[in-house]
Design a binder for this molecule. Structure first.
Ligand code: PLP
Length: 481
């Protein structure tokens, strides 16, 4: 269908925008309402969408109705529905519809937040909402935040800041060809997220710089092993620059003992970066604060509201005890970006590799205002209650076992019926069959060589009946193996 409305120049006419806009909001509302009718994971085969799309771009513009019809026919079948309440794989997404409005307005404004001047609302709202979050998480006032897209990027910037603070003139001289540089060392547990490996690759430290520290039976970093590793490395002439404990590891959501690790960092003068990308959200719940003991001593902390604070992807927050270290590492102002503005204003481009930055704070502001602190706490508490409930069913069953403690809303478990030799193969099959059915989505990890199912509870739409459904399916599958 040809687009009859479009003139030779200019954008979609406003009256059409209004009509289509209402239709699209109606479409999204219907999508949220009917989510449970979709298979959780897209059932299409690789290449399906490409085969169904024209190879060449359209010569003349098409009507938006035709485009929306193709969303129904072609895009929807290839969507894995992260918002589905039975999406329990990886870490579930908690996106709220109010956050979707934020994304809409951000796109409409399309400010590129490089300088304060180019996006004052973005620069100042970011400061305000990150200070609100800091207060809700009970972090000391000296922590200042900056928004990046993902935790991977937040952590990369934190390690870059740690490297800069080591005073090795790497910003000017780089690292290659330098005989005066020792091997720079970064420490984390063996259960750390792969974003840390990627950060050391990106920063030119290399995977060889990573020293992965052994964990105890609860998958928590052993501080004594960390201290020994640092001492050994120093004796070998290496230079420790950063230690990264995790609060809520990806495999099991275990919590490294940050306070004891902070003692070690203090003793050796090493940057302490806490990866709380997943579980950091729960720091807003007063009775969860014990998990965060010592994180107020960190140099930097990453928390992801796009994981578990009802905010659509992407929005990751890096808090720094002293944000000027990040600025020292990254600030670079070419002539065309110099302004006469008050030198006290915050220019986002000074704190990372990006020049233009999206107005991400808006959606988070909407979310915090719409739900309020109490509303967010209530929802997180409910997710944790549901996870504990599911864990209690696992514990009470002779055919399943828990594989790790459940501090937050992630349950690690496996089927272990009597008389089965290869439990790894059994659990892998159960997971693949369940996921292929489209009824729910679970992912897995391997713990001490054992194939372990991971069930994450975090969708804003999840209810007890969704967990009952997965539990029933799992038990049914087991009887039919
Ligand atoms: N850190 C932890 C503990 C995670 O679980 C994840 C992702 O699941 C990340 C970092 C990376 O997050 P992102 O996708 O925002 O880079």
């Amino acid at each position: 269908m040809q687009n009859g409305n479009l003139g030779e120049f200019g954008d979609m006419p406003n009256e059409e925008f209004r009509r289509v806009g209402y239709e699209l909001v109606e479409w999204i509302a219907g999508y949220f309402e009917n989510l449970e009718e979709f298979p959780v994971i897209s059932q299409v085969k690789p290449g399906w969408l490409k085969e169904n799309l024209p190879v060449r771009p359209p010569e003349s513009g098409e009507s938006f109705d035709a485009i929306l019809a193709d969303v129904d026919q072609l895009i929807l079948p290839a969507v894995t529905h992260w918002n589905h309440p039975s999406f329990h794989g990886l870490f579930s997404t908690s996106t709220s519809s109010v956050g979707v409005f934020g994304e809409m307005l951000t796109a409409a404004f399309d400010m590129k937040g490089m300088l304060w001047r180019t996006a004052p609302a973005s620069a100042e709202l970011e400061d305000v909402v990150l200070d609100w979050l800091r207060q809700m998480m009970d972090l000391p006032e000296h922590f200042e935040g900056i928004i990046y897209d993902t935790a991977s990027v937040s952590t990369m910037h934190a390690i870059a800041a740690a490297r800069d603070r080591a005073g090795l003139s790497i910003r000017e001289k780089g690292m290659s060809g330098r005989k005066d540089l020792a091997l720079l060392r970064v420490y984390c547990s063996e259960h750390v997220h792969s974003s840390i490996d990627k950060a050391v690759i990106t920063l030119g430290l290399g995977l060889g710089s990573l020293h992965k520290i052994e964990c105890n039976e609860k998958f928590e970093m052993i501080p004594e092993r960390l201290a020994e590793a640092i001492e050994d490395d120093i004796e070998n002439g290496d230079l420790p620059i950063c230690v990264i404990p995790t609060i809520g590891t990806t495999s099991t959501s275990s919590v490294d003992p940050v306070d004891a690790i902070a003692d070690i960092c203090e003793k050796f003068g090493i940057w302490l970066h806490v990866d709380a990308a997943y579980a950091g959200s729960t720091a807003i719940i007063p009775e969860f604060r014990d998990y965060f003991d010592g994180w107020e001593r960190a140099d930097s902390i990453v928390v992801n509201p796009h994981k578990w604070l009802f905010t659509p992807f992407d929005l990751s927050v890096l808090y720094c005890k002293d944000l000027s270290v990040l600025k020292d590492a990254f600030s670079l102002v070419p002539e065309y970006l110099k302004t006469a503005d008050d030198p006290g204003v915050r220019n986002g481009m000074d704190y990372g590799i990006q020049l233009g930055r999206r107005f991400r704070a808006l959606k988070f502001w909407f979310v915090i205002r719409y739900f309020g602190r109490e509303g967010m706490i209530a929802r997180l508490r409910e997710h944790c209650r549901l996870a504990r409930l599911f864990a209690s069913w696992v514990e009470a069953s002779p055919d399943f076992e828990l594989m790790a403690p459940v501090p937050f809303a992630l349950v690690c478990f496996r089927a272990c019926p009597a008389g089965v030799d290869d439990l790894n193969a059994l659990n892998e099959k159960i997971m693949n069959d369940l996921n292929a059915s489209g009824e729910a989505y679970l992912s897995h990890t391997k713990l001490n060589g054992k194939f372990t199912l991971r069930l994450s509870v975090g969708s804003i739409r999840v209810e007890e009946r969704h967990l009952t459904k997965v539990w029933d399916i799992l038990n049914r599958m087991l009887t039919h193996q």
